[in-house]
Design a protein. Structure first.
Length: 451
């Protein structure tokens, strides 16, 4: 009997240690079984307490009276499937007549407390079926991306969501995006993850970094073009606009709209062209966009209007030509001048890291979701990398990118430097890969020889 008590104490101590030091391991060994039992045992009472039940139907009441049986109780949504994952549980529920998916979404916080889970979110799969995702621990505290990722052309994983799912950046679904964040909020790490994920793909990377290139120039071996000042950025954007027009001419020449060609094969963008004719897609990364929009003289104002006009044209017309924008900055509002709000309206994807004021969050989500604005201003300062990701549909989620050092990103870019495509339109902006010249050693006067 003593050895049994010792074994139980040892198991309990091991579970407590794992829960404290390695919550992911605790979940996979002990937590998932305990959580599933807790959900199944408490399910009916919790649904009733949360107001997610409906009274019995009239025919059931009539049948109970006719057969002299007890009156049936209220009915909760039926569990179609309970599926454990590496971070939590996934419940698929069949709603009862009269219930709505919004009722489940409004009760997520109460479900979290009742089932003893870390987080609960829900989404409607189809009419009458709701998926409830529960997380057993804080997956954003120590981000660990799953080993198996659903990577496709122009669709790359960049972060982990708070419900344990992977956050993907899909350029064909969301062509252009805006990323905001204060200093030391994790914006640069998010950008590094994006570049590192795109490096192995058949894509041209174009960077504009007006901080003298300190963020993007270390990754230069994988970039097809780089600009480190507003003057070069203006010329580079003009070259991209000219390249976009050439791609449209190619699409027109290969559009195949004759009567003997099926409608499904008519080309309207580069992805409808044959692979041997398809131009390489281009991702344009702009670091600190405010540096492109600020001006102090008349000449700088003309350059600023030229830059903003080119960006707006690329945002409006670049998707079909395979040109996608990733614009980053600390603020992005009307104070940057005319044309900025028109440009922001074309940026479907929105990501906001920790911001210093509510107006900055409104720049990202004010026209999308008030709840996302509130979540963005509540990001703590001791959690760099945590961000709110949303799009123009109003949906949003809390994400965090895994920490990627600049050295790791440089190594990935150097490893895939051979994938840099040959783009004649951008050849003059190709970054120089030679290191800085070493300064000559200072002359040292020699002491006079002794007589």
């Amino acid at each position: 009997m003593t050895w049994l008590i010792a074994a139980v104490v040892l198991v309990v101590a091991a579970a407590g240690l794992l829960r404290w030091r390695r919550p992911a391991w605790y979940w996979l060994t002990f937590g998932v079984t305990l959580a599933a039992l807790r959900v199944l045992i408490r399910y009916g009472a919790v649904m009733d307490a949360c107001g997610l039940t409906v009274p019995p139907s009239r025919w059931r009441l009539a049948l109970a009276r006719a057969t002299n049986r007890p009156i049936p109780g209220p009915r909760a949504p039926r569990i179609l499937r309970i599926h454990p994952t590496r971070t939590g549980l996934v419940l698929r529920l069949k709603l009862q007549p009269g219930q709505d998916a919004f009722d489940v979404a409004a009760s997520c916080d109460r479900l979290r407390h009742s089932f003893g889970m870390y987080g609960v979110t829900s989404r409607e799969l189809r009419s009458g079926v709701v998926e409830v995702r529960m997380t057993g621990y804080d997956v954003l505290k120590r981000v660990q991306m799953p080993a198996r990722l659903d990577t496709r052309p122009m669709r790359v994983p960049v972060a982990l969501r708070e419900d344990g799912a992977v956050h993907y950046r899909d350029y064909r679904a969301v062509p252009h995006a805006l990323t905001l964040g204060a200093t030391e909020s994790g914006k640069s790490v998010y950008q590094r993850n994006l570049v590192a994920a795109l490096a192995p793909q058949r894509v041209a990377l174009v960077g504009i970094d007006c901080k003298q290139g300190v963020e993007l120039f270390p990754l230069a071996r994988r970039f097809s073009a780089l600009a480190d000042n507003p003057d070069t950025a203006a010329e580079l954007l003009d070259a991209l606009v000219a390249h976009m027009e050439e791609v449209y001419q190619l699409i027109r020449a290969e559009q195949r709209i004759t009567a003997d060609v099926p409608d499904a094969e008519i080309a309207a963008d580069i992805w409808d062209l044959p692979e041997d004719l398809r131009p390489v897609p281009i991702v344009v990364l702009v670091d600190e966009v405010a540096e492109l929009a600020l001006f102090a003289t008349k000449e700088e104002e003309k350059r600023r209007d030229r830059i903003v006009t080119a960006l707006a044209r690329l945002a409006q017309l670049g998707r079909a030509a395979g040109i996608y924008l990733e614009i980053c900055g600390q603020r992005f509002g009307s104070e940057l001048g005319k044309g900025i709000t028109m440009l922001r309206a074309q940026l479907t994807g929105r990501t906001a890291h920790r911001v210093n004021d509510e107006s900055s969050a409104n720049m990202a989500f004010g026209d999308i979701s008030p709840d996302a604005v509130l979540a963005a201003i509540q990001i703590p300062t001791d959690m760099p990398g945590v961000a709110i990701a949303g799009d123009s549909t109003g949906g949003w989620s809390r994400i965090r990118a895994p920490h990627t050092s600049l050295r790791q990103a440089v190594n990935i870019c150097n490893r895939h430097a051979d994938l840099v495509p040959d783009l004649p339109a951008l050849a003059s902006f190709r970054p120089a890969l030679d290191g800085p010249k070493r300064l000559p050693d200072p002359a040292v006067e020699s002491a006079p020889a002794a007589a």
